[in-house]
Design a protein around this ligand. Sequence first.
Ligand code: GUN
Length: 299
Amino acid sequence: MAFVIDGKEAAASVISAVTEASVSLEGKTGIKPGLAVVIVGEDPASHAYVNSKGKMAKQCGFNSIQHTLPEETTQEELQALVDTLNADLAVHGILVQLPLPKHFDSDAIIQSILPEKDVDGLNIANAGKIATGDLDTGLISCTPAGSMLLVKRVHGEDLSGLNAVVIGRSNLFGKPMGLLLLAANATVTMAHSRTKDLASVCRNADILVAAVGRAEMVKRDWVKPGATVIDVGINRVPAPEKGEGKTKLVGDVAFVEASEVAASITPVPGGVGPMTIAMLMANTVIAAHRACSLPVPKF
Ligand code: GUN
């Protein structure tokens, strides 16, 4: 039976270090880290995420600002808000919750966020820094940064000699995750929906990272005995065993069977999920330190 990697505990330890850094920054400069979160439309899941980001920002001692805009907001109106937040010295981090309603050009909005305030790490300047191996001067996308922190808790800083397979090639997760594993010296394969014989590619992985968005797709025989499995999926599925009409969250990995083969595995919920918010707070306190020209805390 695999060791279950406790994302809640790892996230709590990041949050406690972020809070300490935030209190110390305010003590030195009188400045609180400011995080602005923008949400457009009514999607309940997005509202739930945004609410927990706001709550956590307050818990860290930040100035937490939320802008809730109606579904019919225009591109120009949203752009004007981002421009205002870019210019606001009290705002150190800006996050525009994705997905935006269909009528938006999301990429134009995301790319217009100043790189130094892009706490999602989605600006091409930040993505390019990771791609060129500069992990120190930009902002790293939160879910890959949080997943790496869990990988490093198991394997240490240096992944030399280890094969890593990432399933999924999105800009938000798969690509930066592959690059972070590579920067830590792993031998990386980026697999995706067009990969031939995905199961056998995965079976070669000492570190297997699943971010496909398909409930329990990674089966027992996809997992190399002794592997570390990081499950980035969050899928809501019917759970008739809990009662009629009930649902539950599962990952992209069939947890019970995979944990009979893996050495370490993240659960869903309680694995990578809590790390994403923790790293968003970490990015915000880092951005605030840089804005004050102070040495940046490490997490
Ligand atoms: N929607 C789901 N995950 C994310 C994320 O990490 N950042 C943003 N901006 N939106 C999201």
